[in-house]
Design a protein around this ligand. Structure first.
Ligand SMILES: Nc1ncnc2c1ncn2[C@@H]1O[C@H](COP(=O)(O)OP(=O)(O)OP(=O)(O)O)[C@@H](O)[C@H]1O
Length: 734
C-alpha cells in the first residue's frame, strides 16, 4: 500500500513542479521589465498586494518589488531565503533580479557589502530549476571567483539558500584533493571555482563536459578579467557554449568593450545602483588617511593596535613576506590581542582555519590582498588598516569594503607616505570621502629598537626582516603608477633600520646612487608626523613590552584627540632639526667606517664639501709641503706596522713548522717500529722506503721572501746515504 502511495505522491509533486514552472514562466513573461529600465525607479509594490497569478491572464508586478516573496521564484527558493534570514531585498537585488530572472545578461556594479551574492545565486538556482536540471544533465552553471576563500564563502551561501533544491554543487579550488574532485566533477550541476582549478579540470579530467552550460557567473568580474587571469579565462571561455546567460558582478565594474566581447555578452543590462550616489564606498564607512613616513609605519601600526585591543582589525600589507615578518615580530612583542596572518603561500586548510578564527574572536589579521575582495566576516570588522598603499582606487575600495557591510558601520585608515599623497587626489576624484588627518603622534610608541633586539635574539627573524624589506621595495618598484609609487623617493636606510636590521640589505635591481641622490628630505612632511625614534634597549628577558601593555591605550586616529595645541606645537618645530636629529639616531645602524660630520646646525656635510670648507678656513691643510710631510710620516708608520706584522707572521709559521716536524718524527718512529717487526722486508727496500717516506716541504719563511724547496733527508747522515748507494750499485753489478 505504501509503494503505490509514494509513487502517486511522486507523480503529484512532479506535476505540481511542472505546473509551478509553467506559472513562473508566464508570470515572468507578463511582468518583464523593459530592457534598459531600472526597476529601482518604479514605485515599491504595496505590502499587501496579491502575489503571483491574479486571474486567467494577469499576474502581479515584480519589477519594483522590495521583498523576495514577491519575486517570481520557486517555493523551494523562497523557503531557503526565508530560513536563511533574507526577507527584504537590497538595492542591487531589487535592480538586477527582475532582469536576471528574465534570462538577460547582467553587468552589475554595487558597493561592497551590498548583497551582490544573492543577486547572482538566485537566478542561477531558478534557471536550472525552470530547466528541470537533474544530476544526469551535468554542469549547468559555473560561478567563478578570483580567490579560494571567496569561492568557499559563495559555496556556503549557495548551500544555505538552495538547500530545498535537489541540485548537486561542487567547490573546485586549489588546495583541495584534485583526485577526489575528479571523481565527482562530472556529476555536479553547479560549480563554484577559481579559474585555475576549473581549467585544470577542463584540461585533464576525462569526460569533463561543460557544453550544456546554462549560466556563467563572474563574481569580482573586473579582477577575473584583468591581466592576472587572462590566459586561464580565455582558455575557459573558448570551451563554453556561446548560448548561455552571463552575469558579471563587482563593486568596481569593468565596462571595457574588449572584456565584454571576450565574454560574448548579448545586450547586457548595465546595472549600477550607486551611480548617482555621492560616494563609491558605503555611507556607513568612516574613512581616514594619515601621513606616515616609511620608517614610522611599524611604530604607527604597533601604536594603533595597542590603542584598539578590543577590536577586530584587518591589516593590509603588500606582500606575503611583509605579512609574515610583521606577524612574527609583533607576536613576540605581545600587544595584548591575538594576532593572525593570512597570505597566498599558506596551505588552504590553514587559510580557512584562520579566517574562521578571525570571524570568531576579536583579533588582528595581517593579510595580503588575498582577503581584500568579497570576503564577508560575519561579526564584522571594526577597522581596516591599509599599512601599504593599495595599487589603485579599485583595490582601495575592495579593501575598505571588508568593513561596514550590509547595514553595519565600520572604520578604515590608510597610511600614506609623503611620496604617495597623490593617492588621496585619486580617491577624491572617484568620490571616495576620505578624511585626511594628522595622527596623534604624542604617544607614538617606537618599536624599531625592540625589533633590532628581537632580530639579534631570534636568528630566524632577521632573514624574514630582510625579505620583507626587499619585497616591499620591489613591489613599489614594480607598480605601474609611477606618480604614486616612486622607489627613488623612499628613505631606504631609515626604512631598513626601522625593521630592526643592522645594515641595509643590497638591492641589486636598484641603482642605489640614484636613490640616495633622489631621497627627499622634505622637512614639511616631517612636521606632520614628528620623529620619535629613540633606540630602546632590549630587556634581558622575553617580556619586552610587559610594562607598556599596562599603559592606558590611546586612540591615535581619533581626530578629537588631536588637540589644536598639539598641532600648534607640531607646526612650531624646527623641522630641519627634527629630521637631522632623527637621522642621527637612525644612523646607529649604518655600516661602520662611514664618518658622518655635522655642521653647527646639525646638517650633514658631504666629505668633499667638508674638505673644501676646511680649505677655505684652514690654509694649513692646503700647504703642499705640510701635506707631503704628513704623507712621509704615514709611509713610515705603515712600514713599521708592516715589519711588525711580518715578524708576527714569521713567528707563527715557525711554530707551525716545529709542530709539523714533531709530528713527522713521531710518524717516522712508528714506521721504524713497524719495520723492525717486519722480517720479510729487504734492507734495500727498507732504505728506499725511508727515503720515500721523507716529506717535501715548501718553505716560504725565508727572510728574503724567496721560496725554497728542500728534500727532507736530514734524518739520514751523508755517510749512511753513501753506504746505501754503494750497496745498491754493488747489488746491481753482481
Ligand atoms: N537582502 C538581504 N537581507 C539581509 N542581509 C543581506 C541581504 N543581502 C545580503 N545580505 C548580507 O549582506 C552581507 C554582504 O553581502 P554580500 O557578501 O553578498 O555583499 P557583496 O556586495 O557581494 O560584497 P563584496 O562587493 O565585498 O563582494 C552578507 O552578510 C549578506 O548575508
Amino acid at each position: 500500500m505504501k509503494k503505490p502511495k509514494s509513487k502517486q505522491l511522486r507523480l503529484q509533486s512532479r506535476s505540481t513542479e511542472v505546473q509551478q514552472i509553467e506559472l513562473l514562466e508566464k508570470w515572468i513573461e507578463f511582468g518583464k521589465p523593459e530592457s534598459g529600465s531600472n526597476p529601482l525607479s518604479l514605485p515599491p509594490l504595496p505590502a499587501k498586494s496579491p502575489i503571483g497569478r491574479i486571474d486567467e491572464n494577469t499576474y502581479s508586478q515584480y519589477a519594483g518589488c522590495t521583498k523576495f516573496q514577491q519575486l517570481p521564484i520557486s517555493k523551494n527558493l523562497k523557503d531557503g531565503l526565508r530560513q536563511s534570514g533574507y526577507k527584504n531585498m537590497t538595492n542591487i537585488q531589487r535592480a538586477s533580479l527582475p532582469h536576471a530572472l528574465c534570462g538577460r545578461d547582467i553587468l552589475g556594479a554595487a558597493k561592497t557589502g551590498s548583497g551582490k551574492t544573492l543577486a547572482f545565486i538566485i537566478p542561477v538556482l531558478e534557471k536550472l530549476y525552470k530547466a528541470r536540471w537533474g544530476l544526469e544533465d551535468g554542469v549547468g552553471s559555473i560561478i567563478m571567483s578570483p580567490t579560494r576563500e571567496l569561492a568557499d564563502q559563495l559555496f556556503g551561501v549557495l548551500k544555505s539558500v538552495g538547500k530545498h533544491h535537489g541540485f548537486s554543487a561542487g567547490l573546485l579550488i586549489g588546495g583541495h584533493e584534485y583526485d577526489e574532485e575528479k571523481d565527482h566533477v562530472n556529476r555536479m550541476n553547479i560549480l563554484i571555482c577559481t579559474p585555475g582549478r576549473l581549467l585544470k579540470h577542463m584540461d585533464t579530467t576525462p569526460n569533463f563536459d561543460c557544453s550544456q552550460l546554462q549560466v556563467l557567473v563572474l563574481d569580482e568580474a573586473d579582477r577575473i578579467l584583468d591581466a592576472g587571469f587572462k590566459k586561464e579565462v580565455n582558455a575557459i571561455i573558448s570551451q563554453l557554449p556561446k548560448h548561455r546567460q552571463t552575469l558579471l558582478f563587482s563593486a568596481t565594474q569593468t565596462k571595457s568593450v574588449k572584456d565584454l566581447a571576450r565574454l560574448s555578452l548579448k545586450d547586457p543590462e548595465y546595472i549600477a545602483v550607486d551611480e548617482e550616489s555621492i560616494a563609491a564606498t558605503p555611507n556607513r564607512l568612516q574613512q581616514k588617511a594619515i601621513l606616515v613616513p616609511l620608517d614610522q609605519k611599524l611604530d604607527m601600526l604597533w601604536s594603533f593596535i595597542k590603542a584598539h585591543i578590543n577590536s577586530r582589525i584587518l591589516v593590509f600589507l603588500s606582500s606575503c613576506k611583509q605579512v609574515r615578518f610583521v606577524y612574527e615580530a609583533f607576536k613576540k612583542l605581545r600587544p595584548g590581542i591575538p594576532l593572525k596572518c593570512l597570505h597566498g603561500r599558506m596551505k588552504q586548510v590553514k587559510r580557512m582555519f584562520i579566517l574562521q578564527q578571525f570571524v570568531e574572536q576579536r583579533s588582528v589579521l595581517f593579510s595580503t590582498d588575498v582577503s581584500s575582495r568579497g570576503l564577508d566576516f560575519n561579526k564584522g570588522v571594526d577597522w581596516v588598516v591599509q599599512v601599504d598603499c593599495p595599487e589603485d582606487v579599485a583595490s582601495y575600495i575592495h579593501r575598505v569594503g571588508r568593513t561596514a557591510r550590509y547595514d553595519s558601520i565600520g572604520r578604515s585608515v590608510l597610511f600614506l607616505l609623503p611620496s604617495e599623497m597623490k593617492m588621496l587626489e585619486r580617491l577624491q576624484e572617484k568620490k571616495i570621502p576620505v578624511q585626511f588627518d594628522k595622527p596623534n603622534t604624542k604617544r607614538l610608541q617606537s618599536v624599531s629598537g625592540l625589533l633590532a633586539a628581537l632580530l639579534a635574539k631570534y636568528t630566524d627573524l632577521q632573514p624574514l626582516a630582510e625579505r620583507s624589506f626587499k619585497t616591499y621595495l620591489k613591489s613599489i618598484y614594480k607598480q605601474k603608477d609611477k606618480e604614486i609609487f616612486d622607489v627613488t623617493k623612499l628613505p631606504i636606510d631609515e626604512f631598513s633600520a626601522s625593521l630592526g636590521l643592522p645594515m641595509t640589505p643590497q638591492l641589486r635591481y636598484l641603482n642605489r646612487k640614484n636613490i640616495d641622490k633622489n631621497t627627499p628630505e622634505e622637512p614639511v612632511l616631517v612636521t606632520q608626523v614628528p620623529a620619535k625614534r629613540d633606540l630602546i634597549r632590549p630587556k634581558p628577558d622575553n617580556n619586552l613590552l610587559e610594562e607598556s601593555e599596562d599603559e592606558e591605550t590611546l586612540d591615535l586616529l581619533h581626530s578629537k584627540e588631536i588637540t589644536d595645541e598639539a598641532i600648534a606645537t607640531d607646526n612650531t618645530l624646527n623641522t630641519t632639526r627634527v629630521l637631522k636629529k632623527k637621522k642621527l639616531k637612525i644612523n646607529v645602524h649604518r655600516p661602520v667606517g662611514i664618518r658622518v660630520v655635522f655642521d653647527e646646525e646639525g646638517n650633514t656635510l658631504a666629505p668633499l664639501a667638508r674638505l673644501a670648507d676646511l680649505g677655505t678656513t684652514n690654509s694649513s691643510l692646503l700647504d703642499k709641503s705640510k701635506v707631503m710631510e704628513r704623507f712621509a710620516e704615514l709611509r713610515e708608520e705603515m712600514k713599521t706596522r708592516d715589519q711588525e706584522d711580518k715578524l708576527v707572521d714569521r713567528k707563527r709559521r715557525k711554530e707551525k713548522r716545529i709542530k709539523e716536524k714533531e709530528k713527522y718524527k713521531r710518524a717516522r718512529n712508528e714506521e721504524e717500529e713497524e719495520d723492525d717487526d717486519d722480517d720479510d722486508f729487504s734492507g734495500s727496500d727498507k732504505d728506499l722506503k725511508k727515503v720515500k717516506g721523507s716529506k717535501v716541504y715548501f718553505d716560504s719563511d725565508d727572510s728574503d721572501g724567496e721560496n725554497k724547496v728542500a728534500l727532507k733527508t736530514d734524518e739520514i747522515s751523508l755517510a749512511e746515504q753513501e753506504e746505501i748507494a754503494l750497496k745498491l750499485l754493488s747489488s746491481m753489478h753482481s
